[in-house]
Design a protein around this ligand. Structure first.
Ligand SMILES: [Zn+2]
Length: 141
């Protein structure tokens, strides 16, 4: 029998199995049980690893910005809207990036590096030198 796949706001699909005694999710076996779970959070390990879902396309590009034109909001905690992923692409220089996943992701991106950003997760950039970067927004076509 096939497993049910929850379609999450983050655009990942998550298999939800009822396989006692390892996976106790009796709600998944009935229509009413599944309907009752719509809109509730499942928690997404793929988002915590910032893994871009398959099949997304770039719908908008912001930038390129340099250290003088990068919007101030990007340096403070902010979020990509639900149903949309971001992708930070560093063209020149070094950019620090923090993503408040579990566990928190912190990395330094250099020219040619990029970083996927899941929807609805706080993140911010740290810029203290000359840079050029752009931010792509991706969604389902
Ligand atoms: Zn996800």
């Amino acid at each position: 029998m096939g497993d049910w796949v929850a379609e999450l706001d983050c655009l990942h699909g998550q298999h939800v199995r009822h396989r006692p005694p390892f996976r106790e999710r009796p709600w998944v076996t009935t229509e009413a049980g599944r309907a009752g779970r719509l809109g509730s959070g499942l928690g997404c390990p793929l988002c915590d690893r910032a893994e871009l879902p398959d099949g997304l396309v770039v719908v908008r590009v912001a930038g390129p910005f340099d250290e003088t034109t990068v919007p101030a909001g990007l340096r403070r905690a902010h979020r990509v809207a639900g149903g949309t992923w971001g992708r930070l692409v560093v063209l020149e220089g070094l950019v620090g990036f923090t993503l408040e996943t579990e566990p928190r992701l912190e990395r330094q991106l250099a020219a040619g590096d990029d970083q996927a950003i899941p929807p609805a997760v706080d993140h911010h950039l740290l810029i203290d030198g000359p840079v050029r970067l752009r931010v792509e927004f991706l969604s389902r076509p």
